[in-house]
Design a protein around this ligand. Structure first.
Ligand code: GUN
Ligand code: ZN
Length: 434
């Protein structure tokens, strides 16, 4: 483990200064600084320069490697690593058949602690240094995750899952007990080091109107809290919600009516939204976490990314493991590209990579802290091999122009390409040499 106060990393630096335009392969928002030095001091980015720094900066040479801000996964389920790649179901059956039984085991403190550590180490090994995470309904699962996140110095946003109906008995809470648990967790973890609390409504069907109102009241009482949930993922789910909440204009409106839609809200999926929903999202500042590998795997639908952008919605990239099939952000970006291709659209590497770095940071209100190499940001940094095998090496050698090179990397790389990762300037992972 590296614990220097200051050091300098050498390599090919890529980050963004703003949002790249849809469809533009040459974009002024792309900040490409090949063969540069990234200066890190006291866990933060101190600057970037083309020439090597003076001898007071210990040097780490990653020449010829791609250096990116650590990825931000805005929607992923800690207890679902063990149900990743489960056969044969759409969302509602998948929850019942695989997910709920797996989550029920997390009432046990040892399962929760070991699972949280394994999960965060897996995220880091995939180049993800910040995340918005669902644990389970059990208070211990959120405690274990917060503690494991704090030990790793990560930017981690999570909160106990709220679900008081339409779930097995051993996965249900009640309004009063859940409120007390949330308040206790908020007091102990929210704003502590790099931890943030998210009021975590699983999805509208598994909370009573009373529980949704309680969750909304928590958000109204403290505007610094995040909120995470699922919305409009699957057509059967949307129909179910319409039956459960006939007074709401739409699925999204169920959340809006109780104060759960605000600028710190992260709503996963958002496939089956209409124009009024998009306008409500824009007005509230809430973001959609797009979960491409999950949407394909569970057959949920094809996300309308261009329409979301044209409406002005905040948007970020997410793995949604275990509905999603990989923690790798690159794998998810490749799936996102394919989804857009099926819709007759094209996702550039720039729009894709931005959505998992600066774009996600912006949507979370954390652009001063994560997602770029701006001076003052935390030094959450990943160093990647450009290629990991003879096929990717040949493709990389044939690429002409920066976008072609990054696009091929986005499509062909995964966790196996990760060479090193730093969180707040601390080396937390060292991978293969290529
Ligand atoms: N909707 C409610 N719970 C879940 C979950 O665990 N995963 C996904 N993909 N959708 C959900
Ligand atoms: Zn999910």
């Amino acid at each position: 483990m590296l614990a220097m106060n200051r050091f300098a990393l050498h390599g090919d630096l890529l980050d963004f200064t703003g949002a790249p335009a849809w469809g533009s392969t040459e974009d002024a928002a792309v900040r490409w600084r090949p063969d540069h030095w990234l200066l890190v001091e006291n866990g933060r980015i101190a600057g970037v320069q083309p020439e090597p720094p003076d001898a007071s900066w210990p040097r780490i040479d990653h020449a010829g490697k791609l250096i990116l801000p650590g990825f931000i996964d805005t929607h992923v389920h800690c207890p679902q690593l063990e149900v990743i790649a489960s056969y044969g179901t759409e969302l509602l059956d998948w929850l019942k058949t695989y997910t709920f039984p797996a989550e029920a085991r997390w009432h046990d403190a040892e399962v929760a602690r070991a699972g949280a550590a394994r999960f965060l180490d897996a995220l880091i090994a995939h180049g993800t240094t910040s995340a918005v995470v669902f644990p389970t309904v059990h208070k211990i699962s959120a405690e274990a995750l917060f503690e494991a996140g704090r030990e790793r110095g990560m930017r981690l946003i999570t909160g106990k899952v709220l679900m008081d109906r339409h779930a097995p008995e051993n996965l249900r809470d009640d309004v009063k007990g859940a409120q007390a648990d949330c308040e206790d967790l908020i007091r102990r973890f929210h704003g502590v080091e790099r931890l943030g609390y998210a009021v975590t409504v699983r999805f509208a069907p598994t909370s009573t109107p009373e529980q949704l109102a309680m969750a909304g009241a928590l958000c109204k009482a403290d505007a610094s809290l995040y909120m995470q949930t699922h919305v409009a993922e699957n057509r059967d789910e949307v129909r179910w919600v319409a039956g459960l909440f006939p007074e709401a204009r739409s699925y999204l409106d169920v959340y809006a009516r109780v104060g759960l839609l605000h600028e710190r809200s992260v709503l996963a999926h958002g496939i089956w939204l209409d124009e009024d929903d998009r306008a409500a999202l824009v007005q509230s500042g809430a973001q959609v976490a797009h979960c491409p590998s999950s949407n394909l795997f569970l057959g949920s639908g094809l996300f309308a990314w261009r329409e979301a952008r044209e409406a002005g919605m905040a948007l970020s990239m997410a793995s949604d493991v275990g509905g999603g099939t990989s923690l790798s952000i690159q794998r998810n970006l490749l799936d996102a590209y394919k989804i857009q291709a099926l819709r007759g659209e094209r996702l550039t590497a720039w729009v894709g990579l931005h959505s998992a770095t600066r774009g996600a940071a912006q949507a979370l209100g954390l652009v001063q802290e994560i997602g770029s190499f701006d001076a003052g940001c935390m030094a959450d940094i990943c160093v990647w091999n450009w290629a990991s095998c003879s096929v990717s090496a040949a493709r990389e050698a044939a690429a002409s122009g920066l976008h072609e090179r990054l696009f091929a990397w986005m499509c062909l790389s995964d966790a196996g390409n990760l060479h090193a990762a730093y969180i707040a300037g601390r080396a937390v992972h060292s991978g293969s040499e290529r």
